[in-house]
Write a protein that binds this ligand. Sequence first.
Ligand code: PAF
Length: 278
Amino acid sequence: MRVVTDRQEMAQLCREARRPLGLVPTMGALHRGHLALVEQARRESATLAATIFVNPAQFGPQEDLAGYPRDLEHDLELLKSAGVDLVYVPAVEQVYPPGFDTWVEVGRLASRLEGARRPGHFRGVATVVTKLLSLTRPDRAYFGQKDAQQTRVIKQLVRDLDLGVEVVVAPTVREPDGLALSSRNAYLTTEQRRAAPVVYRALCRAEQLWQRGEREGGRLRREVRMALQSERLVEEIDYVSVADAATLEELDRVAGPALVSLAVKLGAPHLIDNITLE
Ligand code: PAF
């Protein structure tokens, strides 16, 4: 496995790589969710590249960029054992050199849900993903369904900017009790970790009702909120959404595929999760 820190060297290695080239962009602190993406990408690629870059542009002023979990050595070991060929680990100046002043702003899709809760977040994600895709020019890029809105935003920018890469979305990986894997789970105290499966239970409540024929968006949202409120450690519900799975517009009635998503504050971290009804 080759570890590359220089952007020109990375671009050249990718130009010379055997095709298809797969790319798994990450911010490190890798867990089984990332490894599932890497395993799928490995099966589907002749050359497999990954990136590890904690992107400052997607953190808001109140968000803990400095405290974001980092363990580069361990991450590199995991990627090596998973059969990755190339890992790009740029310093911030490689991605945002002095004078950098071009940003990628996705419109409506990026303004809602996580976009409303974290202003500027998707501008940072869209910009870094566009840069990583332009640099490496992969055939396929892999992202997790856990960040459902992020995957929609990335598909939109790939289409709008003619980036010519297939965006592959892999299913969320969960702990046995339902908690979706996330690098941010590392922030949970023992007590918060015990309470955290309420997030998935609340989503499953919507699914149960939908399976029994409930189609009213308002009722589904209310029931998810009630399930969340049953856990006293849930300090704040940022949003509960039942939206069109493609446009992320809130639905009065669920008639086609719908994304049920939510964000809650459970102690220090905000947890996000989603399921699709289809
Ligand atoms: O999902 C992530 O880890 C990040 O948002 C991404 C896509 C690597 C961009 O920094």
